[in-house]
Design a protein around this ligand. Sequence first.
Ligand code: COA
Length: 630
Amino acid sequence: MPILEGQRPKGRRESYVLPKVPVPPLKETLDKYLTSIKHLVEEEQYQKTKAIVEKFGEPGGTGDLLQKKLLERSEKTYNWVYDYWLEDMYLNQRLALPVNSNPAMVFPKQNFRDRKDSLRYVTRALPVDFARGQLAGTPLCMKQYYRLFNTYRRPGLKQDTLIIHQPGSLEQGHIIVACQNQFFVLDLVLKGKKLKEMDILTQLEKIVKMAENKEERQPPIGLLTSDGRTEWAQARDVLIKDSVNSESLAVIEACLCVVCLDGPSGMECGDTSRALLMLHGGGYEKMGANRWYDKPMQFVVGEDGVCGTVCEHSPFEGIVLVACTEYLMKFMTGSPSKMGRAISVSELPAPRRLLWKMSPKIEGLLKASAERLQRLVRDLDMDVHKFEAYGKEFIKKQKMSPDAYIQIALQLAFYRCNGRLVSTYESASIRRFHEGRVDNIRSATPEALAFVKAMTDEEASLSDSEKMKRLCDAINVQTNYTIAAITGLGIDNHLLGLREISRELSMEMPEIFTDKTYVASNQFILSTSQVPTTVEMFCCYGPVVPNGYGCCYNPQSEHLLFSVTSFHGSTETSSAVFIRALDEGLLEMRELCKKANKSHAAAAATGSNTVEPSRGSEVKPPGTPQKAGK
Ligand code: COA
C-alpha cells in the first residue's frame, strides 16, 4: 500500500538526527515583513498595512494566539511547516505542471551516432542501482533523496496527493518507457534477477520497434498530464471508469521513473531550444505527449542528442535533483560499459504496451488538453544566456558573496526594465532541519533599491564611492537575509504557518492575510533560484505569475549561466530585454568594483585616510551564530 503524504512512518532513526525547524519570534517576523514591503507599496497602502500588522501583533492579540498554537504544533510534529508548505506550494496549485511547476535539467547535447547509441545511453542511466544516501554523513536532511523514485503526484479536483510508495511495493522494479507517445512497461527484475545493461538495451530496442507498429498505436494519453490539475483530475475520473485504463494508470503510478525516448525534434539544438524541449516538449506535435508529467523523475533521451530530466517538483528540490543527475552523468561518462547479459534473449519477455480504452468523451478531453498545452508552448518566452565576462571567482575576490551579488544584479536588471522593484523569491534551503525544504529570501530589499537607483535614476549625481557603498550595503543585507533564511528564520514560512493554523482553527481569516499588501507580496514577479552544477548542465523553470520572470542561475568560476523565462502574453516582460539589462548591470558592477579597488590601492599607496566601505562578510559555516536580518 502506498503511504499518503502526512501519514509518515513513525520511529525512523533519522527523525532524531536533525533539529526541528524553529518557529521564529513573532515580533521579529512582523518587523521584517514591514521592512520587506515598505518600499514596494504606496505610502498610503503601507500605513494601512502597518496598522493591520501592529494590531495583529498586539500583546494578547490574534498573532500571539496563533503563535502559541504554532509552537504547540511544533512540539507535536517533526516539522511544523512541512505539510502547510507542500500544500501551498504544490498540491493546492491548479496550474498545469509543465512550465508552471516542473523544473528541468538540460544536459549538453549528446552526439549519438545512431538510435542504438542513444538507447545505450539510457541503459547506462537507469537508476536501478542508484546509491541512496550519497551525502550520508553530511548534516543535511536526506529525506528528499528517498522520494526521487518512489513518489507520484496524483491529480485531485481541489488538491493533489503526493503518493509515497513503500520500498517493498516497488520490489518488482519497473520503469515506464515513453516512445512515440506510447507507454511501455519495462521490468528491471526478472525471476529475481536484475536485468543487466545488455538486457535493458535489448528491451529498449524491442520497445522502439513495437512503437513503430501503427496498428497497435494507442492514443497520446500523456497529454492529459500536461493539463491544469483540476482538468486532469476530471479527465482521470472519466478514464478510470474503465478497468483497462485504471490498470494502466496504476502501473504508471507505481513505476520508478519514466524514460522518454524522443524522436528528432527538428529544431536547432542550442541551449534555449533544448531547455524548451525539456520544459514542455515543444507541444503535442513534437514531444509534449511523450511525457508523463505527474512522475517526479522523467529522463529524456532524444535521438538527436537532446537529453535531460523533467521533474515533478513536490517531492524534492532542484539541488537534490542535481546531485542525482550529476551522479548519473558521472557514472555514464566515467565508468566502463558493462554490457554483459543476465538473462538470455529468448527468456526476456516482450515489454508490455499500456492500453487505453477510449470514448468520444475522452477523445474530446485529450483534444482540449492538447490545445491548452499548445497555448502554453506558444506563450513561453525563454532565453538561456551564458555571461562570460567573469564568474564567481571575481566576486569572491571582492570579498562578496557571489549569490548575494547576483541577486543584486537581478534587482538592477528588473529595475532597468520596469522602473520599480517587485516582490522577489529566492529559494533558501532549510535542509539543515529535519524534513527541511526551502524558505524564501526576499531579495528586493530597501538597500537593493537604494543601489539600483544609484546606478540608474541618480547615476549622474552620485560619486562612485557612494555607489560602491550602496552596493556593499545591499550585499551585506542580502547575505544576512540569506543566513537568516537558511537557519530557519525566514518570514515566508512563518507567515504561512500563522495563516494556515488560523484556518485550521476555523477562525475568520486575520486581516493581515487578506490585506492587499500581503496578497501582492506573495505574487513573486521575480522568481529566482541558484542551482549550481559541477558538470556541464543547467536547470530551468517557468515564471510563477503571468507577468513575471523565472530566473535560474548557475554560477561557475569564470562564467555565470542564466536561464530566464517569461510569457509572451505579458506586455510587461521580455526575456531577451531582461538578459540585456542583466548583462549591462553585471558589467557596470564589475567596473564599480574595479574603480573602488583602484582608489583603495591608490589611497593605501599615498597613505591617505580613505575609508573603504565594508565588504560583504564571508558566509559563515552552517550553524555559526550570526545576527540575522535587518
Ligand atoms: N568573500 C569571499 N567568498 C565568499 C564570500 C565573501 N564575502 N561569501 C561567500 N563566499 C564564497 C563561499 O564561501 C562559497 O565558496 P565555495 O564556492 O568555495 O563553496 C561561495 O562564495 C558561494 O557562496 P554564496 O554565493 O554566498 O552562496 P551559497 O553557496 O552559500 O548559496 C544559497 C546561497 C541561498 C543559494 C544557498 O544557501 C541555498 O539555499 N541553496 C539552495 C537553493 C535551492 O534550493 N535551489 C533549488 C530550488 S528548486
